[in-house]
Each structure stands twice: as structure tokens, then as C-alpha cells.
Design a protein around this ligand. Sequence first.
Ligand SMILES: [Zn+2]
Length: 321
Amino acid sequence: MRSSLSILLFVFFVQTAHADVRVVATIKPVHGIVSAIAEGVVEPELLIDGATSPHDFSLAPSDAAALQSADLVFWIGPSLEPGLEKGIRTLAQNAEIVSLIETEGLFLLEMRDVDAFSEKSLVAKDHSGVGSHADEHDHGHETEHGHTGIDPHIWLNPENAVAMAATIRKRLSEAFPEKADILAGNFAQFEKSVESEVEAIERRLTPYAGMPFLVFHDAYQYFERRLNLAASGVIALNPEVAPGAQRLRALGELIEARKIRCLFAEPQFDPRYAEVLAESGNLTIGTLDPLGAELESDPEHYLKLLEGMTDAFERCLATTG
Ligand SMILES: [Zn+2]
């Protein structure tokens, strides 16, 4: 009786020893990858829900509490979530912070100069009037937002997501050493699913290689490069500042010069500017959801995010040509 009770207690203790290890992920794509790797081990908490852009997120008291009680925090890094930097440094003092942008083996890209890149598309078509409006541009924007240096939208390259998942598996295995086998199994499954998803995506998007389109903010070059897509320009130079009349005029010229028929809005940002442009140029508006903001937060989230992006590209670009 006594020994069976102590065995029971022992089993109980082992099973609950890590029940209070709290894992927090900042944005939905990170949360989705952590959920896939941690399935059956721990349920991560999500800090920034889908309705907010990580670029202009600021901490609410409930978020502060989540950080304060966290043991392990996964985030991309300060260049993506600048509003979290201070909170993570001061509130999550007892937690281990994993900046996934520092993951080894990531394929990294420099932030594009979106202004010049739209400009180049215009020049390439030898469009008249380029010189005059190039001089009007406001070149102060680079310092106003987080989009300089390395492009932080790293998860939009599927191989990067797998590299991040490897880091996540390693860190979770340190926190839950007795669950290392489950974590390794989940990682292997994740890697395999992403690989077959990528094959499917490649098949679906190959017909649209090189077709022109506009995106709302410059978040997609990882996805574009990997899948031979090529944005002709971006609507908002800075995701936190609405494009002005001058910018919209320049975009109108770009649309004409490149014969753009497809432009993308995003769920976190006001679609008005996309609508104005689409109307004037007779374009199709698609919605790209780089955060998977409108998807369920579950272990399948990342795969559904890739599928959603693929659906959006396929639908919008099919109207081109
Ligand atoms: Zn962004």
C-alpha cells in the first residue's frame, strides 16, 4: 500500500514537474511553429494576436503579466517587434529569451530600399517623367521604422521556418529533457510536412513566375525569392505611415508602366489605399496574410499560413495576363 502510494506520487511528480514551465511566443507564425514542435509537451501562450501588426505593437498590462511569468520566450527579434524590446528586457528577466533571427543556418536578406526598387521598375520601362518625381521623394523614411538592415520577415522562407524549428526543438528539449523524444519526433514530422508543402506550392506558383504585382508593405521577399515571384513595388514605404498623394501618384505610374493587374492588401492595415489604386487602375485586390493572423493558432498554423499565401497569389495573379 505504502510503496504503491509512493510510486503513484512519484509518477504524479514526474508528470507535473514541468507543468509550470511557461512558454511564450510573440507572434502567430512563431507561436504556430512552437506549437507544432511542442505538441503533446506544452501549450505555448501567444503574446501578439493576429489583429495587430508586430511593427507597431505595444505592451498591454496582460501582456506584461504573461512575460513576467514566462520561463521561455520565443520571438523573432527587435527589428520585427520593436515595441517588445524593452518589455522583454525588463519584464522577462527570469525567462530565457530566444531571438530566432539569430538562428544558425538562416537564409537572410537585406531589407530592400523599397523606394528605389519601385523606382527601378519605372526606369526599366523607360517611363517619361521619372526624373521629376524621383526628386520629390522624401528620403527620410528609412530611419523612421524598423525596416532597415536584415529583413526580419524570415519565416516566409519555408527553409528558414525549419531552421527556426530546429532551434525551438533544442531549447524545448533543454526545458523538458524527459520529453526530448517527443520533441524530436515532432520536429521530424514538421520538417517533412514543410518539405511536401513546398513541393506543392512550387507546382502551383510556377505558372506565375515573374508576373508583376504590388504588395502593401515590403514583407515578402523571402517568399518571392524562394518561389520566383517578383513584386514590382510596395504601396506603403513604411507600414506605420499611410502613403501620401504623391506616393499614390507614383504608384499609379508604376501600375501603368509595368501593366500591373494585381495588388495585395493585408489584414492588419487599412485597405483604403489599395482600393483607391485598384479602382483607378482596374486591378484585382488580393489579401496576403504574412502572419497567418486569420488562422487558428494550432500546430498546423504554419502550414496553413503557407497555403493561404499560395492561394492568395494564385487567385490574384490568375487575373493577370
Ligand atoms: Zn512587416
